[in-house]
Design a binder for this molecule. Structure first.
Ligand code: ADP
Ligand code: MG
Length: 249
């Protein structure tokens, strides 16, 4: 197991967002975390990446407890993420965004683009360029990130995660706002990242076609609790899962 979620609970005031969550992610698998809006998916992603604190429980990454570590130390260990609300550097170019990702791995905190440029060598440019090619954004390399369509901004965020050379990537609704063609491309990219780079993926996603098409394992949350876990075909047939989704469109 690359990731073990152990008895995690979290409340916001009176709202119990997560109640004693347990599940594990196997190394090399594409594992989906699904559930209706408000189920607690993003809260759990925030707790795993370290931007939110849990009330109780533990997280083991590669067998080691990471709950006391700040986000950048988790990133150094090989844990990367993307955000439901895109968090790219809007005023930087695609290339600069990827370079920033590489620096996040190598230094504490973020350096402004001006500072970064001084330390950039040919090796970094080449590595970044090959990541940009990998996410199919070579034609956009010198463009300012905020000017890209949402679909390409989401690819860029994945590219920035890749730049940290992660072993596990957390994706929070990467298909949100994408059209059918963009979603297909995204689905291929996620599979390529797992198949070619051997990177484990934990994905939160509402697009069921995408989830069912690429996942090895699915964990279902509803009102902060795990209500089902299994392979896509089992999950699709699970009566509790079906009824949890009936209230949704
Ligand atoms: N920072 C916060 N402050 C207060 N309540 C929050 C906060 N973040 C999430 N919540 C609440 O926790 C619950 C789970 O939210 P979230 O994790 O965003 O769900 P999901 O991503 O599954 O839609 C919701 O009831 C939400 O309103
Ligand atoms: Mg969410």
């Amino acid at each position: 197991m690359i990731l073990d979620i152990k008895n995690i609970s979290k409340s916001f005031g009176g709202i119990r967002a997560l109640k004693d969550i347990n599940f594990s992610v196997k190394k090399g698998e594409i594992h989906a975390l699904i559930g209706p809006n408000g189920a607690g998916k993003t809260t759990l992603m925030n707790i795993i990446s370290g931007v939110e604190k849990m009330d109780s429980g533990d997280i083991l990454f590669k067998g080691m407890s990471i709950k006391a570590l700040p986000p950048y130390k988790r990133a150094l260990m090989g844990l990367a993420r993307t955000f439901q609300n895109l968090e790219i550097f809007g005023n930087l170019t695609i290339l600069e965004n990827i370079i920033a990702g590489m620096y996040l791995k190598n230094q504490r905190g973020f350096l402004s683009s001006g500072l970064m440029i001084k330390g950039i060598n040919k090796d970094i440019i080449e590595k970044s360029s090959s990541i940009i090619e990998y996410i199919n954004l070579s034609h956009r390399k010198e463009e300012i990130a905020k000017n890209l369509p949402v679909g390409e901004q989401r690819l860029l965020e994945i590219g920035r995660a890749l730049a940290t050379e992660p072993e596990l990537i957390l994706l929070d609704e990467p298909a949100a706002g994408l059209n059918t063609r963009e979603t297909k491309n995204l689905s291929h990219l996620i599979q390529k990242i797992r198949d070619e780079k051997g990177i484990t993926i934990l994905i939160v996603e509402h697009d069921m076609e995408l989830v069912m098409g690429i996942s090895d394992m699915i964990t279902v949350l509803n009102f902060g609790e795990v209500i089902a876990e299994g392979e896509p075909l089992m999950i699709q047939k699970n009566p509790q899962v079906i009824s949890a989704y009936l209230g949704e469109d």
